[in-house]
Write a protein that binds this ligand. Structure first.
Ligand code: UD1
Length: 337
């Protein structure tokens, strides 16, 4: 059984990817400092997968901890999720973001080279495109200056990977540029668990529906979009998890010294108001929301061209927006219980 180190594996996308890895016959090994996740996720993963997934508590930029893991398990690949991701906070504390997001990648890459662990899947983001001039965005769409230090850490990390491969490193690397992940495992046992007030749309929607938040504010309805609210490409987290497994198995068949990047979205855009109305419809709930001012730094509209990932990785999303919003609500309800 191949062992795959998942940094940030107790987090939202990491935990769902752990489930899909087990399903595909891998053993995930999780390292997580629990700075934005809960240890209870590990028990949930056990319930879902039937596997006692090895867990190391700590920071993935702690080289001696990584060395310990390499002693305990022969690793064949790494999926690097661990990162800070609050856009607003990154503008207040940029060094924290660069140190954590860029620093951890450097440590991991040195570790991988030292142990000849060849395969890396890196969590990038559609944030690298900024507000694109042409939609949908393909992987060849030029990247723009980042709107935030957070966004820039993703760009810088991609650049580091490109330079490393140019230097003839034996590593095989894929960057996945995520669009907007939402939804939860259909069992409702794991899902997104933001600490404090959520920044992202769907956790705010579900917490409002659950009565934890009084009211959802739609940040602007006067944009140049079908209903005036922003457009995003919302992708079910299980589909996103599956993309990581496909990326990993693809890398395993590549010759050493390889880099590529893939968009992971559905290929369709939906407005914020469409998300709200779909949520109300599939879950038969009235959401308390109001229209508020625009949020500074928001991209107006973006969605993915997914031709490349469809054709090269053979990956296709299986879940609809309605499925995602049903699963998000199912998770929030289970949390409440
Ligand atoms: C942002 C980042 C993205 C990052 C992600 C992780 C940008 C442009 N995007 O995504 O790179 O990976 O966060 O956290 O920096 N909205 C509301 N009311 C709310 C919350 C959100 O109307 O209470 C709207 C936003 O204005 C936006 C849409 O919902 O139009 C999605 O927002 P959000 O979930 O925060 O994601 P992004 O901003 O797309």
């Amino acid at each position: 059984m191949k062992n795959i180190l998942i940094t940030g594996g107790a987090g939202y996308i990491g935990s769902h990817t752990a489930v899909e890895l087990v399903k595909a016959g891998y053993r995930p090994i999780i390292i997580d400092d629990l700075s934005n996740s809960q240890k209870a996720v590990l028990e949930r993963l056990q319930e879902i997968t039937g596997m006692d997934i090895p867990f190391y508590l700590g920071d993935c930029s702690n080289r001696s901890l990584l060395e310990q893991i390499a002693k305990d398990y022969e690793l064949s690949g790494v999926i690097h999720f661990a990162a800070f991701k609050a856009v607003g906070e990154s503008t207040q504390e940029p060094l924290k973001y660069y140190k954590n997001n860029v620093g951890s990648l450097l440590v991991l890459l040195e570790f991988m080279e030292a142990h000849s662990i060849l395969d890396l899947v890196f969590s990038s983001s559609c944030t690298v495109y900024g507000q694109p001039d042409v939609l949908p965005v393909t992987e060849d769409t030029p990247r723009k200056d980042a709107e935030s230090p957070y966004g820039n850490t993703k760009k810088v990390c991609e650049d580091i990977l490109v330079d490393l491969i140019k230097s003839k490193s034996v590593l095989r690397i894929i960057s996945l540029r995520y669009f907007n992940p939402i939804g939860a495992h259909p069992s409702g046992k794991i899902g997104e668990l933001p600490s404090g007030v959520p920044n992202n749309l769907v956790p705010f929607v579900t917490q409002t529906a659950a009565g934890i938040r009084k009211k959802l504010t739609v940040f602007g309805d006067d944009y140049d979009t079908p209903d005036g609210s922003c457009v995003r490409d919302f992708i079910h987290v299980m589909d996103l998890a599956d993309a990581h497994v496909k990326a990993l198995t693809y890398l395993e068949n590549k010759t050493p010294n390889f880099y590529d990047v893939f968009n992971v979205g559905t290929g369709d855009g939906n407005t914020v108001l469409e998300v709200i109305h779909t949520f109300e419809e599939v879950n038969d709930i009235k959401l308390n929301y109001e229209i508020g001012p625009r949020r500074p730094g928001d991209v107006v509209k973006i969605w993915a061209d997914t031709t490349k990932i469809n054709q090269v990785l053979g990956w296709h999303p299986k879940y609809s927006l309605a499925d995602s919003l049903r699963d998000s609500w199912n998770w929030e309800k289970k949390l409440k219980e």
